[in-house]
Ligand binder design. Structure first.
Ligand code: ZN
Length: 500
């Protein structure tokens, strides 16, 4: 196993470089003065180049070929065989795209991003259209190089959700769509929920402290992680013992920091829960973006927006903000943080409408990619789907097709991961409760250890050993499905909105 060991050592060194890049990225978002931007960009570029060249080198190829031969006789589910499988997948992805194409994509998207910012500011899709044409064409070329058996979109999807197929996403979304559209319509006919209590005054430092007590209870380990302020909330990791989350605060919109912190903590618990024995090996890390998102959504929504959760924490929240919440009861608060309202902007969408925003993007991406929808017709197609799914019409491109950064950065196939994660969160939660009936009682007492243990065992510790579909099958005994999510939504929002 000599080549295998050498391959692992090489991957460990690469892991250190990627962690260093992540530290620089974290610092840039949290503490770097504006003046550091230019130098920082060069640091990223140098380290990125070193990491890429080291990974795609002949030496890596030689060690990988050798390691494959060495593990050929082992069972497929040994760590050695799984490690080599992970590296092979990453290596193929990194080497299949010709360098010219990668460079052209980088140049095009750097430019396209600037154009998109301006087009969105002026709400004028026509300015962005030529860039989108170019990006689509580059993505088609990338898909041809990456390879696919059935649909071109598979190749793009696979970059974010390894092994996932377009057909599989269609199956899950088709199951979900009718029930979801109907639920949105039923809710729209009911009197709206009043969420004005969330817009009162909430001192930012007290928001920070309250958030910390909540996420400590959830299991966030401050000896192996920290929280800082940043413009955009995110979670990043430099190894399982150093996981960072960031939060942004809005004095007059409590959910921004509170639910954002819980969301990022869901990501952080995954990173902190990876198997200690895997640290800095190819097996360490999340199975996919979708699986990562299943953890953040589970903690943010299934737990953090539940009545049980606020039965536990609302008295403390009231104590933290007596001037704003002393006249509010837990039921009013619970209703407020679960208000459903079909809206124009994806990132502001609630639990019920969110997935319809994603389905729209998934359908648009497929149609744009295979040419059945032209770029010129895209804004109207977008607005048409918004009417059909959510009953609202964007008044302009800025609040319609230009709202997301993803396409300008070249990312096609990314959006479905958000919904796959959301659906998986409900499926996992159902299975955890079925496996460990005591979890429900623990949650009612504000104890999260039993739920976290189940997630550690079935999702966190396996790391990258299995493809997302394999992981779901192992954890749940069935493939991904949308049944659990739809049932969860109907029960929760049926009660909240008094639906039959
Ligand atoms: Zn997330």
């Amino acid at each position: 196993m000599q080549q295998y060991e050498q391959l692992r050592a090489r991957m460990a060194e690469l892991g250190h470089i990627h962690s260093a890049i992540a530290v620089l990225g974290w610092d840039q978002q949290c503490y770097m003065p504006a003046g550091g931007a230019e130098e920082r960009a060069e640091q990223f570029s140098t380290l990125g180049k070193i990491a890429h060249e080291m990974f795609v080198s002949d030496e890596t190829r030689r060690l990988l070929d050798g390691a494959e031969a060495e593990v050929a006789g082992l069972a497929g589910d040994t760590d050695e065989a799984l490690t080599v499988r992970v590296v092979r997948r990453d290596f193929d992805k990194a080497t299949k795209l010709p360098t010219e194409l990668v460079i052209e994509m980088a140049k095009t998207t750097t430019l396209a991003h600037e154009i998109w910012v301006k087009a969105r500011g002026e709400s004028d899709f026509a300015q962005f259209a030529p860039s989108l044409e170019k990006i689509l064409d580059l993505n088609r070329r990338a898909a041809e190089h990456l390879g696919y058996e059935d649909r071109m979109y598979d190749a793009l999807l696979d970059q974010y959700e390894p092994g996932m197929k377009t057909r599989e996403v269609e199956r899950v979304f088709d199951e979900l769509r009718p029930g979801l559209v109907q639920l949105v319509q039923e809710i729209a006919e009911r009197p709206p929920i009043d969420d004005s209590v969330l817009r009162r005054d909430f001192d930012e430092d007290r928001q920070l402290r309250f958030g910390e007590t909540v996420i400590k209870k959830m299991g966030f380990d401050f000896a192996r992680g920290r929280q800082d302020r940043a413009v955009h909330p995110f979670c990043t990791s430099f190894g399982k013992d150093d996981v960072r989350i960031t939060t942004r605060f809005d004095k007059n919109w409590l959910p921004s920091a509170l639910m954002g912190t819980i969301h990022e903590t869901g990501h952080a618990l995954y990173e902190q829960g990876l198997d200690p024995g895997d640290d800095n090996t190819p097996l360490s890390g999340a199975a996919s973006l979708g699986v990562h998102e299943s953890q953040s959504r589970l903690w943010e929504n299934t737990i953090g927006r539940s009545r049980t959760f606020w039965n536990v924490f609302f008295p403390d929240l009231q104590k933290a903000f007596p001037e704003s919440l002393s006249d509010v009861d837990v039921d009013t608060f619970y209703r407020a943080i679960n208000k459903v309202q079909p809206s124009l902007i994806r990132v502001e969408a609630d639990e019920v409408t969110y997935n319809l925003h994603i389905m729209l993007r998934f359908e648009m991406e497929k149609a744009l990619l295979d040419g059945s929808l032209s770029v010129a017709d895209a804004p109207e197609a977008w607005n048409q789907k918004m009417r059909e799914y959510l009953g609202v019409t964007p008044p302009d491109d800025a609040r319609g097709i230009l709202q997301d950064v993803h396409w300008s950065s070249g990312s096609f196939g990314y959006f479905p991961t958000y919904s796959l994660g959301t659906l998986l969160s409900a499926q996992l939660y159902d299975k955890a409760l079925a496996d460990v009936p005591g979890i429900a009682d623990d949650l009612a007492r504000g104890e999260y250890g039993t739920l976290l243990d189940w997630l550690r065992t079935h999702i966190h510790r396996p790391g990258r050993r299995y493809l997302p579909a394999e992981l779901v099958q192992r954890a749940c005994g069935e493939p991904a499905q949308s049944r659990s999510y739809l049932r969860y939504l109907r029960a929760k929002f049926g009660e909240l909105y008094g639906l039959s």
